[in-house]
Design a protein. Structure first.
Length: 112
């Protein structure tokens, strides 16, 4: 059985909204909060594009819009670690990961 997904375009107004959210996250949060909030934002973008389910379920379906699925998996796993583990990560590591996530969000918004 094949499962097809209707392809959606994200409207320009939604792109503007997502870009504003991206800027808001980057300028108002700690690096830990940035990674967590950027993960949520990426998930919302994929949902707006017509994907359903948890972020994990969506990533497992290998969306064609994501150019570097391994990078997104890595960032999502980092988010899970930040939320569920008590390990302390260095701020500069989190800063670099937040920057990576920001770039990936900008890339996927260009796709739509």
């Amino acid at each position: 059985m094949f499962k097809f997904r209707k392809t959606y375009k994200i409207t320009n107004s939604k792109k503007v909204f997502f870009n504003k959210q991206l800027k808001k996250i980057i300028w108002s949060s700690s690096y830990k909060e940035q990674v967590v909030d950027l993960d949520k934002l990426y998930h919302k973008i994929l949902q707006e594009a017509g994907y359903n389910g948890t972020f994990w379920e969506i990533l497992k379906s290998h969306p064609s819009e994501i150019s570097n699925i391994n990078k997104i998996w890595e960032l999502h796993k980092l988010r899970n670690k930040l939320v569920h583990d008590f390990d302390i990560l260095w701020d500069n590591v989190l800063k670099n990961k937040a920057i990576d996530y920001s770039r990936e969000i900008k890339n996927i918004l260009k796709y739509f």
